[in-house]
Write a protein that binds this ligand. Structure first.
Ligand code: 3SL
Length: 241
């Protein structure tokens, strides 16, 4: 198995697809997607465009759908939900399909949607993603951070490092054998340094600071937990996990 980490969707190679591609948006899209599915959501369908989201979800019975939208960290007006995983309780999401559009996370998922196997990972479901890789043994794996509008993000990189670190611990591969690019080694180093204070790292991250300004401290605390949800968000059909 060879693992490649790309810090933003824009940095992924064009004209190539790996055997397995994993989108990461710890703050907060992939944390929200994992939470919805763990709380009994029927599925999550992702969109980059809000108007398209409204048009597609319109065909769904109102009691079976939820519209979630985030722009600049804030909830889109007239949508049911923003992008806080803490709003996705069983009472709210069970049996319903979440139609979601966020600034960066849904873009990362769309960038990799044509790979044979597409996953959404966050720290909260890291173990389930690692177990999938151990079971399936794909030859090439991309982990794609969502970043923020085309730039690097600490929280996605540390999550990519957490996945790589655990994979190296649990598989027959050393870190060196797993690493397809230098980003893997540096992400593991970041995770090794911060694994006992992930919330502290989020407080230093630019998007963490942005969310703190929006009073989302509880979201940061929730998303900084590791391996709390045994759920594997995996693409079932184009754009639907
Ligand atoms: O950019 C995204 O996709 C979002 O996850 C950003 S936010 O955490 O909802 O502000």
């Amino acid at each position: 198995m060879k693992l490649f980490i790309y810090h933003t969707p824009e940095l992924t190679p064009t004209g190539e697809t790996p055997d397995c591609a994993i989108a990461v948006d710890v703050l907060r899209a992939t944390s929200t997607i994992a939470t919805v599915l763990a709380s009994g959501g029927e599925a999550v369908q992702v969109f980059s465009d809000l108007e398209q989201l409204i048009a597609v979800s319109e065909k769904w019975p109102p009691e079976k759908r939820l519209r979630a939208g985030e722009r600049g960290g804030a909830k889109v007006a007239d949508f049911d939900l923003g992008n806080s995983p803490l709003d996705c309780t069983r009472e709210v999401v069970e049996g319903r399909r979440l139609f979601i559009s966020t600034t960066n996370g849904t873009r990362a998922l769309q960038r990799i949607e044509h790979s044979p196997s597409v996953l959404a990972a966050a720290l909260i479901n890291r173990a389930a993603v690692v177990q999938y890789l151990l079971d399936k043994q794909p030859e090439t794996v991309w982990i794609v951070g969502s970043g923020w509008e085309g730039t690097f993000s600490l929280e996605d990189t540390v999550c990519a490092g957490a996945i790589a670190h655990s994979l190296a611990e649990k598989s027959q591969f050393s870190q060196d054998e797993l690493a397809g690019n230098d980003e893997v080694i540096s992400a593991i180093a970041l995770y090794s340094q911060w694994q006992n204070d992930l919330l502290g790292l989020f407080h230093q991250a630019s998007h963490g600071k942005r969310l703190l300004r929006l009073e989302s401290h509880e979201d940061l605390k929730y998303c900084a937990q590791t391996d709390i949800l045994d759920v594997l968000p995996i693409q079932q059909e184009l754009g639907v996990l």
